[in-house]
Design a protein around this ligand. Structure first.
Ligand SMILES: [Zn+2]
Length: 167
C-alpha cells in the first residue's frame, strides 16, 4: 500500500475542550471502492473504533450519522460491501438487527453463537456435510449451533427422526 494515496477524515472538534480524537485515514481500494481504514484498529468483529469527544464509537455509525442521517434507535448501520474496515458511506445501509443477522448468515461470516434454530433444510445440509466428513467443530461454526447440537442432529438423522428434532 506504499503507493496508494491516503485520505483523511477529520473527526469533528468537540465543544467541551476534550480532544477530538485521532483523524481517520484510509486509502481507496480501486477494485471494490472500499475506503480501507489504516489509522485505527478494528474491534473484535473488525469494525473500526474511534473516539469522538472522548466517547468510543464505531466509525461506520459515526460516519453514517455525520454524512447521511441519524440512525433510528432500533436500526443498525450495515456494510453492503461486507468489509467491516470500510469507511465509504456509500457502502452503508441501515437495517434491522434481523436483516444484519440474515445478511451475515447468508454470507457465512456471522458469529453464530446466538442463532437458535435451524430449518429442516439446514439440518439436512448439515448431515450432508457431516457425511462428507466435516468435523463437528466446523459444522457447529458453519451452522451457528453448539457442538452438542450437531451431535443431536446427526443422531436424529441416523434414527430417521430429523424432522422431529428441534434445535
Ligand atoms: Zn466498502
Amino acid at each position: 500500500m506504499q503507493n496508494k494515496t491516503l485520505y483523511t477524515i477529520e473527526i469533528e472538534r468537540c465543544t467541551m475542550g476534550r480532544s477530538r480524537g485521532k483523524s481517520l485515514q484510509y486509502y481507496i481500494d480501486e477494485k471494490t471502492g472500499c475506503y480501507e481504514c489504516v489509522s485505527h484498529a478494528g474491534n473484535e468483529k473488525g469494525y473500526i473504533q474511534i473516539t469522538v469527544n472522548g466517547k468510543h464509537r464505531t466509525a461506520h455509525k459515526y460516519l453514517y450519522e455525520r454524512f447521511i442521517a441519524k440512525v433510528p434507535e432500533n436500526l443498525k448501520v450495515m456494510h453492503i460491501c461486507d468489509n467491516p474496515r470500510c469507511l465509504n458511506v456509500n457502502h452503508y445501509t441501515i437495517g434491522t438487527t434481523g436483516d444484519n443477522n440474515d445478511d451475515a448468515y447468508k454470507k457465512g461470516r456471522r458469529d453464530q453463537k446466538n442463532r437458535k434454530f435451524l430449518t429442516d433444510d439446514e439440518k439436512l445440509a448439515l448431515c450432508e456435510d457431516k457425511k462428507a466428513k466435516m468435523t463437528r467443530v466446523k459444522l457447529a461454526k458453519k451452522y451457528g449451533i453448539g457442538i452438542s447440537t450437531v451431535g443431536d442432529i446427526w443422531k436424529a438423522y441416523k434414527e430417521g427422526k430429523l424432522q422431529s428434532v428441534s434445535v
